[in-house]
Write a protein that binds this ligand. Structure first.
Ligand code: HXC
Length: 495
């Protein structure tokens, strides 16, 4: 923190407003997120007629794990952290500096939105910030931490950033507050119900991470950054690992249940592939049928996308498709290789999904994989059926290396559905329909529910022993180490 007198006076005054609300001050937050004593404030003396002692945001730079970052922290103790012309100028300046320095930008959000007294100028300020968020998208990591109200215009800047961290009880996002909701729709809803962690961490997926308190959020931002490069022009930092990359994990050989419809936890597979079983799930409480997580293999960051059989059999629906698509695009923009672990019975059928736009959402995931130029390794663990097989980084979409466990079932559709279609007449005419169907299902499974045909067609590089997955994946990424072209590729549009 700055040791300047002005900063101390401001902070003392802010404590009186923030602490009774169970919130930290803008300076305290900066102190907790950055490396100790690394903060260097900019625009410290900038003020306005409304706030001659300083405006409602603190801006500057510092380091996290020794690497530069830029930061702004909204000061709710000054006019509710509301955004007027001067606040907007300060935020844009620090964003410009981050872009020029090619370093991440972190926004700590605690604001009542557009400053009502400044009218249209506040809206203009927001518009300029949104545009800058978009200009920075895919070039430098942008992170938002919601530690207070994020109301009205204050929601859209976080929504344009790559990651939103939201803190329980104090962090709430909503375009219009409960009073307006009541007037327009007649619904009675609290701030927390409308825009708290349950609303956005679990239901809407607006927030990527939900945290118990501010300290946890700041620790997690620091941890997240350990996986990320400074910008699209760099690779992520490499760590030295003690975890043997040659080791085999014998329990994986008997891991897949004999009953092909029995679920298992894909996290167990992931933990046995990545260094020290360490991973950082993104969107850990949203669209649980797909896992998106950051981890390291051989000390290098990878992004993992895995179907989760524990949750609606790992089926792909609208939310899962969009969650995965944005993750793939983020990783591609920031030179993070992708590992896809497939066990997917298909897209979720139903009127709700069709009318909700599953076609458009599935297309987003197809688009994301198809355009990704980072190294892409795919392992088919069990089911890979139909369109969902294609979309989960199949060879046709451009996977660089595609492996299959012996339990892999790569087919146009599951046996039951397939038999019903291709043997419709025979089954209809049979005396014992059930017996015939069971026999045909068995025959279909013997013929198609394995990786052999795909391997013969060159659509699987190798059928591997599950116990050797870590070794095989490590080797594949080593081979592909120079595949990624560094530099700006595309933005990370909210999907
Ligand atoms: C000016 C504001 C303000 C705002 C809060 N304040 N929001 N001043 N413009 N948008 C001031 C309050 O007047 C008060 O000043 C101080 O900040 C603290 O506010 P309180 O209400 O006392 O705090 P609290 O009870 O914690 O409630 C916080 C709050 C509430 C939930 C954020 O203030 C609120 O509902 N504010 C309005 C939120 C909103 O509707 N924003 C949308 C703005 S329009 P004093 O002097 O009394 O301490 C917008 C349009 C853009 O953003 C749309 C783009 C898509």
């Amino acid at each position: 923190m700055s040791d300047d007198n002005l900063a101390e006076i401001r902070d003392e005054r802010a404590k009186k407003v923030q602490h009774p609300k169970g919130k930290l001050t803008a300076y305290e937050r900066i102190g907790l997120i950055l490396d100790v004593d690394s903060f260097s404030e900019i625009d410290e003396n900038v003020s306005s007629d409304a706030n001659p002692d300083g405006e409602a945001v603190i801006t500057g730079s510092g380091t996290i794990h020794g690497r530069p970052v830029y930061i702004y922290s909204e000061d709710f103790s000054i006019m509710g952290g509301s955004l007027g012309e001067v606040v907007a100028k300060k935020i844009m300046r620090v964003m410009d500096l981050a872009l020029e320095a090619r370093a991440p930008i972190i926004g700590i959000k605690d604001s009542g939105g557009a400053r009502i007294q400044e009218g249209i100028s506040s809206l203009y300020g927001y518009a300029q910030i949104f545009k800058k968020n978009v200009q920075a998208s895919g070039k430098i990591p942008q992170i938002s931490v919601i530690v207070g109200p994020s109301a009205g215009g204050a929601v859209y800047s976080p929504a344009l950033t790559d990651f939103i961290f939201q803190v329980k009880d104090i962090g709430q996002l909503y375009v219009t507050g409960p009073a307006v909701v009541k007037t327009v729709t007649g619904e009675d809803v609290s701030f927390e119900e409308l825009g708290g962690i349950e609303a956005h961490g679990t239901l809407s997926g607006v927030s990527h991470q939900i945290c118990e308190d501010e300290q946890q959020a700041f620790d997690e931002v620091r941890y997240l950054l350990s996986f990320l490069p400074q910008s699209s022009e760099q690779k992520p930092p490499v760590f030295i690992t003690e975890d043997d990359t040659e080791k085999t994990v014998d329990i994986l050989d008997g891991f897949i249940p004999e009953n092909r419809n029995q679920p298992y936890d894909m996290n167990d597979v992931i933990n046995n592939i990545v260094d020290d079983g360490e991973q950082y799930p993104i969107h850990a409480n949203y669209a649980l049928n797909i896992i998106t997580t950051l981890a390291r293999v051989n000390g290098n960051t990878i992004g993992i996308i895995g179907n989760q059989p524990l949750e609606v059999a790992g089926v792909l629906d609208i939310n899962a498709s969009e969650k995965a698509a944005r993750f793939v695009r983020f990783c591609d923009a920031f030179n993070i290789p992708l590992l896809t672990l497939v066990d997917v019975p298909g897209f979720l059928p139903g009127v709700e999904q069709e009318h909700g736009g599953i076609i458009r959402s599935g297309a987003k995931l197809l688009y994301a994989y198809s355009e990704a130029t980072v190294a892409r390794v795919c392992v088919v663990v069990r089911k890979a059926y139909g369109g969902a097989y294609i979309v989960m980084d199949s060879m046709g979409l451009g996977a660089d290396k595609l492996f299959a466990w012996p339990s892999a079932e790569i087919a146009v559709m599951g046996a039951e559905g397939a038999v019903d279609i291709i043997h419709k007449k025979e089954i209809k005419e049979a005396d014992n329909k059930d017996a015939l169907k069971a026999k045909l299902v068995e025959e279909y499974n013997d013929k198609f529910s394995n990786p052999d045909i795909a391997a013969k067609l060159g659509l699987v590089d190798k059928i591997i022993k599950p116990s050797e997955t870590r070794k095989v994946v490590t080797e594949a990424f080593k081979e592909l180490v120079n595949k990624t072209n560094l530099g700006d590729k595309h933005g990370n549009i909210p999907l």
